[in-house]
Unconditional design. Sequence first.
Length: 318
Amino acid sequence: MYSLENLYNTVNSGSSFTVKEENSDKTYTIYKLDQITGFAAKEQNDNNNNILDGDDRNILVEKLHSSIMVLDLKDWGATTLNGSYYFANMSNVKKLILPDHDIAIGDEFEFSGWNSLVSIDFNHKCTSIGKSAFRHCHSLPSQEVQKLLVGCTSIGEAAFFEGRSITTLTIPNTVTTIGNQAFEACIALTDVTFTGTDADKVRLSSLGEKAFKDCYELVNFNLQTETPNFTSMGDYCFERCHKLSTTAVNSNILPRFKGTTINQGVFRCCCTGLTEVNIPSTITTIKNKGFHGTNALGTLTFADRDGTLTIENSRAFS
């Protein structure tokens, strides 16, 4: 059973790593792994140094990906980890060892599709987590995700999409943006807490479209402190968070929100936990389907206001 730990160390030491196809005479040697931006391979005894590509390359990629169980990047020197899709869909990897220093994870689906990943070895700061970085990592538990959030400033689009084993999240006050679909379909997620103090407030500025959509079990969303920069909640941000509580909405999300518009479908189908809504005077517009399908909603209160409140159409609360 090959491990990328062996592959990485072998190639960096100037040697080679050979893979022989089953039921074939073809043997490939990986002779270059340049900052893990991909790999090049050639057939043995190929004096022309022809780079392997096309179907043959795809076969080799598939064989390597299906064999690797440990990915060891401890000695990675760069501060940005960008593998240009090289690592995507390694479905048998169980352990990821990240570099021994602070890093940023790029926008290249770095570790997406790692269905078996359960452990991350990392003791530094991950300053940003890029697009689809851990998308479809169904087995990655909450405590391993927490290691990645320390010191993080931005969580990219679909970064943890369908993180089915994430049950709780503690998001540090360093995080300013959570991208579109970042935690969409984290179906076991029940609690989200942002850390902060009165002296060092939560710095969140925006939640992207569908950021927590289809988190069916989400009950608590605790912002803890004032959020002076929190001005944007994208369309369908909490759609189908069926159990999102009245306390989460009325004591945390809406009073801490500094924007003026509740966008389309933000609380759509929050259908069992939300029984009462208090609309602050700072809200001037509620867009289409803002609270559509909140079937348990029994009390709707509008704070006194000097200006007008625009409700786009009758489906905002229907």
